[in-house]
Design a binder for this molecule. Structure first.
Ligand code: ADP
Ligand code: MG
Length: 244
């Protein structure tokens, strides 16, 4: 399990994370919601050490990191490997085929044999519904298909947690559904995921737990059932603003 305790992150003198304490349980899906600029990406990127909070503790299973202390590059690489990040704009390698995109990390970084990496890649492409596109290039795919390849590529590195920052916000609605279906299936298989999204219907369907973040603070940390009962006026207002 992952635990953050009293984590703070400031940009210049602007506080982006304020005394964040929460847990991300293994085999659960946590969904982070909140208005624009509230600190959702900063929280997700801190889990992957793409951002470095000034202080607080990061527990990853039995390992404890004190953000106030210097981190070795070994610690950073190790934690990055355990927390696979899927970005909004997929970032596939344009000059590699779909299957080669998925094989690249396992071969280059994990030193798997190309044959093993290819077998795993094909299984994962099948899982995201794209086995028939293995030999296509990213430019030949829709945005939704490219994002499903990016998810397969992340899974191929076998991270303990998958982090997704607004994975469908660049997609047209009819392409979004295919990506969300893949994520729902991963959640049902008890993968450990942390997802930032503005899609409340998806949040309700996929989340074991919801974090509502505003101005860098966690204003709600609980189940979707509680969240959608609108336990505070602020949450009621937020949900009202998301519907019409
Ligand atoms: P969200 O993902 O919820 O929209 P972010 O985590 O991206 O919010 O940003 C939280 C706050 O931190 C915002 O006020 C944003 O402007 C600020 N911020 C984020 N990244 C940087 C950065 N690299 N430099 C300066 N300010 C930043
Ligand atoms: Mg963001």
């Amino acid at each position: 399990m992952i635990k953050f305790e009293h984590v703070n992150k400031t940009f210049a003198d602007h506080p982006a994370l304020v005394d964040i304490t929460t847990e991300f349980k293994a085999h659960e899906t946590t969904v982070i919601v909140g208005p624009s600029g509230s600190g959702k990406s900063t929280l997700l990127r801190s889990l992957n050490l793409l951002e470095r909070p000034e202080n607080g503790q990061y527990h990853f299973n039995d390992q404890i990191i004190d953000f106030a202390q210097p981190l070795s590059s070994k610690t950073i690489l190790n934690l990055r490997r355990k927390t696979g990040m899927v970005f909004q704009d997929y970032n596939l390698f344009p000059h590699l085929t779909v299957v080669k995109n998925v094989m690249e990390g396992p071969v280059q970084v994990l030193k798997q044999s190309p044959a093993d990496a290819k077998a795993t890649a094909m299984t994962l492409l099948d899982k995201v519904g794209l086995a028939d596109k293995a030999d296509a290039y990213p430019s030949q795919l829709s945005g939704g298909q490219q994002q499903r390849v990016a998810i397969a590529r992340s899974l191929a590195m076998n991270p303990e947690y998958i982090l997704l920052d607004e994975p469908t916000s660049a997609l047209d609605p009819e392409l979004e559904a295919g990506v969300l279906r893949v994520l729902l299936e991963l959640a049902q298989e008890k993968d450990s995921m942390i997802i930032v999204t503005h899609n409340m219907e998806f949040a309700r369907a996929v989340a074991d737990k919801i974090l509502f973040v505003e101005a860098g603070q966690i204003l709600f940390d609980g189940t979707p059932a509680e969240f959608f009962k609108q336990p505070t006026k602020r949450i009621a207002d937020f949900l009202a603003a998301m519907t019409f």
